[in-house]
Design a protein around this ligand. Structure first.
Ligand code: ZN
Ligand code: MN
Length: 129
């Protein structure tokens, strides 16, 4: 499959995501890599982001703002999105795992996964409002 061939661009996209914690969108990744890859197209970035998230090398986050965000950290963790500035942050939540286990024990079907994110005002916006 041609799409799975080693690609310098794909490696660069993955590295870009591993090195930051701000959960960028495809546009931000594209703009961030243009210096290094002047011929890069937004379509290539989208294609590679899809490939990398399909293979589990990165996480695609859908946080209700209509735009996908991407995360190089694939360990299970939760996210907060600021309704004011759009910032996406990691958030540590105690007890969420047991909440999910309890959903499983209360339900006779088969739960395969869940989606959870938190929203509100980030510390920065709270301070300046
Ligand atoms: Zn904010
Ligand atoms: Mn994260």
């Amino acid at each position: 499959m041609a799409a799975l061939k080693y690609s310098r661009q794909r490696e660069a996209i993955k590295k870009f995501l591993m090195e930051r914690k701000d959960h960028p969108t495809a546009d931000m990744i594209y703009l961030g890599l243009l210096d290094k890859f002047p011929n890069l197209s937004l379509g290539t970035v989208y294609r590679n982001l899809t490939l990398l998230s399909d293979t589990g090398e990165i996480n695609r986050l859908r946080l209700g703002d209509g735009t996908d965000h991407f995360d190089g950290n694939t360990a299970p963790h939760y996210h907060f999105i600021c309704e004011k500035c759009g910032r996406v942050m990691d958030i540590a939540v105690d007890g969420l795992d047991s909440f999910i286990v309890s959903a499983d024990s209360c339900f006779y079907g088969k739960i395969k996964g869940h989606v959870a994110y938190f929203y509100g005002e980030c510390p920065n916006c709270l301070e300046t409002s």
